[in-house]
Design a binder for this molecule. Structure first.
Ligand code: HBI
Ligand code: FE
Length: 288
């Protein structure tokens, strides 16, 4: 088996999933009947809490995707059902995985329009924070945006770029791009700032913090800036990047020449809280 990634945390933790029963491409069965009543109850608690926060904080594309997915608070969703719905909408397939998988396997799935979803649920003492992605983060956070064609196309394009990247410096830039968009991205709307990133929208605390708090900087999305910006893994972000619209994500990546970006000598990264003269603060559009 390929070397597994490490959990995104400063602490040394062992990945929780059952990797021994995974296929060569890391797929596992959801094994739906093995969820306990308490795990369904944890899903319900998280789902209800996030659902009430979504209006006023989540991007309209996310809200629409959530509706189209047909999941609900009642019980843990069946991955195969969501997969069939997404395939009809944008051609994305949902597959079960034991948790984080090696970058190259992750990129390969995205490039083939498959999104890996962790099959296990967090524990009750982890409702607010856990270091590894679980089913709630992957499903609630990521799948709604994959019902949006342009976003789905971006994820596939991202996977295809990653599938050709091998150099540590290139992989680092791609990880930053994923982090500041797919996980922690904001978008400007006529009604104010909204989140589309899964790391934000699967967390009740960061949903409010990212869109409303006074602390963090919110600056206009700039691909080159994002590719150079280091990020924080164990706390809320110091900087969020704001898209004009979801199309900008796909357009900027499509227009970029990643081969030459990756071929350039590695430039030093910016600190997570760096403020550059060229940054364009997005201040006039705080969420209402
Ligand atoms: N595996 N299951 C899973 N989910 C992720 O989000 C993920 C991963 N492996 C690698 C990875 N993310 C990161 O390298 C991203 O930066 C691509
Ligand atoms: Fe994620």
């Amino acid at each position: 088996m390929a070397r597994l990634p490490v959990a995104p945390t400063q602490a040394a933790v062992k990945l929780r999933g059952d990797y021994a029963s995974a296929a060569a491409d890391f797929r596992v069965d959801q094994n739906y009947d093995s969820y306990t009543a308490d795990e369904h109850a944890i899903w319900r608690t998280l789902y209800e809490r996030q659902l009430t926060l979504m209006p006023g904080h989540a991007a309209p594309e996310f809200l629409e995707g959530l509706r189209l997915l047909g999941a609900d608070a009642h019980s843990i969703p069946v991955l195969e059902e969501a997969s069939q719905r997404l395939q009809r909408l944008t051609g994305f397939e949902v597959i079960g995985v034991p948790g984080l998988i090696p970058e190259q396997d992750f990129f390969a799935h995205l490039a083939e329009r498959r999104f890996p979803v962790t099959v296990w649920m967090r524990r009750r003492d982890e409702l607010d924070y856990l270091v590894e992605p679980d089913l709630f983060h992957d499903f609630f956070g990521h799948l709604p945006m994959l019902a949006h064609t342009v976003f789905a196309n971006f994820i596939q394009a991202y996977g295809a770029i990653g599938a050709h990247a091998r150099e540590p410096a290139a992989l680092k830039m791609l990880a930053r791009l994923y982090w500041y968009t797919v996980e922690f991205g904001l978008v400007a709307t006529s009604r104010g700032l909204r989140a589309y990133g899964a790391g934000i929208l699967s967390s009740s605390g960061e949903t409010i913090y990212a869109t409303k708090a006074d602390g963090p900087a919110r600056i206009a999305f700039d691909l080159q800036r994002v590719l150079r910006t280091n990020y924080l893994i164990d706390s809320y972000q110091k900087t969020y990047f704001v898209l004009d619209d979801i199309e900008q994500l796909f357009d900027s990546v499509l227009a970029a020449d990643f081969e030459s970006i990756f071929a350039q000598p590695a430039q030093p990264g910016y600190a997570p809280d760096a403020r550059l003269p060229s940054d364009q603060p997005i201040a006039s559009l705080v969420a209402s």
